[in-house]
Ligand binder design. Structure first.
Ligand code: TXE
Length: 493
């Protein structure tokens, strides 16, 4: 493949089923565009009912072969896939920079390596997934951790290849097969992962990719031959998926949106807190579910925290995501660009103190892309729309607070509960506040560290279940208890 860059176009994209690309029966195509200038990268064939059936049939057959293979062999094959992914790191990263507009400096160092880490983590656990034995006087029970069968993964557009790797690594290591539907906004890289799995020795059908919009997602959720669905997407989508999944009683895991608090006490290392807030508001142009987009700063350190912030944010380079120097790339689509701009306007009209950013950059070279300058608004109040809603763009809201009880109550006053952080030199207080924050993941004097071996997922409307860590194996296996009686059954009634 020639080097992928800002002007790359690709051949028509199709679904990958049973170890090969297949043409669609729907006769329908859609376009995917490069966020940097909105040129069409390629047409994509929308999967039709026939492709869904073929995907389920081949995933069912693939499951039969994959689940009966010794787990150590599954682990070995997945590790071969990891090696190929790491060899092709930059190529895979460039595809997501092309399709999602994420800066190349991020996709090469974060998305692909951390996706590979997750597959590697579960490849290592595969042979260790087993049951237990419980002894009794007259017999014994043993439990088996059995795979579920065919699982569906439905991805969001912000981390296309990483989401595909997070979901498939876990599902396949547990002995399942997976049908993955990437977000229609970023369909390009998932098929390459399917090719890599096949090359590594994963049997055809064990990882299929079906292309399409919500209609294909809904078809997967409704299909009786699919045992489980894992969605990464908006909270509103999670509710629809959960309702649809009820009809076939599918197992469901949901990685949804967030509006997470960063709580900075006045005894904190303010430079660290400021750096963490910058990264976890503006990394990926703010398009990260777990970002800490409500920054609560205790009044004693409030002006110190804001000091120099406007200059630093104003200096973040906004530009071509293929330029290694770019820190702020374009938003994923023109539609999302409009949505984020509308929140910037709401913020500007809200009465909050506008420190910097929130405009469409003037550079003519950026005119055709979905660019916006990173913004900070201070003196915000909890009821402002850009403080309550998930903007999913480069907008940091800074809110003053006075005491611990107040800030915990305000941090929790949201339907979301994905993540959060506490900055304080007093670790007793930091842990007390972390215990009180209603979220699935809380950092203390840090933000964003998320290695493969620790679970990630949301409370409340931010999700159901976990990804990564040993705990997530519970979502892709089911426990059977088998009791063996060693004595005659001589009692009745
Ligand atoms: O989500 P959408 P997007 C969240 C992030 C933001 C959202 C952005 O917070 O809210 O994802 O991604 C398919 N039945 N996270 O806009 O629109 C759709 O085709 C079945 C959280 O893509 O919800 C797409 O493939 N499928 C995350 C996928 O759902 C349906 C980290 C998501 O679409 C469907 C990253 C339906 N009814 C982003 N409707 C985390 N918590 O880890 C849509 N889809």
């Amino acid at each position: 493949m020639t080097a992928v860059g800002a002007t790359t176009t690709l051949p028509r994209l199709r679904s990958f089923i049973g170890g090969e690309y297949v043409s669609s029966s729907s006769g329908e195509t859609f376009e995917t565009r490069h966020p940097g200038d909105n040129h069409v990268i390629c047409d994509v064939e929308q999967a039709g009912d026939r492709e869904i059936e073929r995907a389920v049939e081949s995933a069912t057959a693939g499951f039969g072969e994959w689940s009966t293979m010794p787990a150590i062999e599954r682990g070995r094959i997945l590790n071969r896939a990891v090696a190929i992914i790491r060899d092709r790191n930059d190529e895979l990263a460039a595809l997501d920079t092309l399709d999602a507009g994420r800066p190349i400096g991020e996709t090469t160092t974060e998305d692909v390596p951390t996706g590979a880490d997750v597959i590697e983590f579960y490849a290592g656990l595969a042979p260790a997934i087993h049951g237990s034995t419980i002894d009794f006087p007259g017999g014994f029970a043993r439990t088996r951790r059995e795979p579920l069968g065919v699982c569906a993964g439905i991805g969001a557009w912000n981390y296309p290849i990483q989401i595909a790797m997070w979901k498939s690594g876990l599902a396949l290591a547990c002995g399942n097969s997976m049908i993955f539907k990437p977000a229609e906004v970023t369909p390009v890289s998932a098929g390459v992962l399917a090719e890599i799995y096949l090359e590594a020795g994963v049997p055809p059908g064990v990882f299929n990719v079906v292309q399409g919009d919500a209609r294909v997602g809904r078809a997967l959720v409704a299909h009786p031959g699919i045992e489980k669905v894992s969605l990464t997407g908006e909270a509103s989508t999670g509710k629809l998926v959960m309702a649809d999944a009820a009809h076939t009683l599918k197992k469901v895991t949901l990685e949804l949106g967030g509006k997470s608090p960063i709580v900075v006490f006045d005894d904190a290392d303010i430079d660290s807190a400021r750096n963490a807030a910058l990264t976890n508001n503006f990394y990926s142009t703010g398009q990260v579910c777990s970002h800490g987009t409500r920054v609560f700063v205790q009044r004693g350190a409030y002006e110190e925290f804001l000091d120099g912030l406007a200059e630093r944010v104003g200096a973040l380079s906004v530009g071509d995501p293929f330029d290694p120097a770019t820190m702020i790339g374009p938003l994923v689509s023109a539609e999302h660009h409009e949505k984020v701009l509308s929140y910037m306007k709401l913020a500007a009209d809200s009465g909050a103190r506008h420190l910097v950013g929130g405009e469409v950059p003037a550079e003519p070279s950026l005119a055709n892309g979905n660019y916006i300058t990173p913004a900070v608004f201070a003196d915000c109040t909890d009821d402002m729309a850009f403080v309550t809603d998930e903007v999913f763009g480069p907008l940091m809201a800074v809110l003053p607070f006075d005491d611990e009880a107040e800030v915990v109550a305000r941090a929790n006053a949201t339907d979301y509960g994905l993540a959060g952080a506490v900055f304080s030199a007093d670790l007793a207080r930091a842990n007390r506040v972390a215990n009180s924050i209603e979220a699935g993941f809380v950092w203390i004097n840090d933000y964003g560290t998320m290695p493969a071996s620790i679970p990630f997922g949301g409370y409340k409307h931010s999700g159901l279940g976990r990804e990564n860590g040993e705990q997530a194996i519970d979502h892709y296996t089911q426990i059977k208890t088998i009791y063996t009686n060693l004595e005659p059954v001589d009692r009745y009634m």
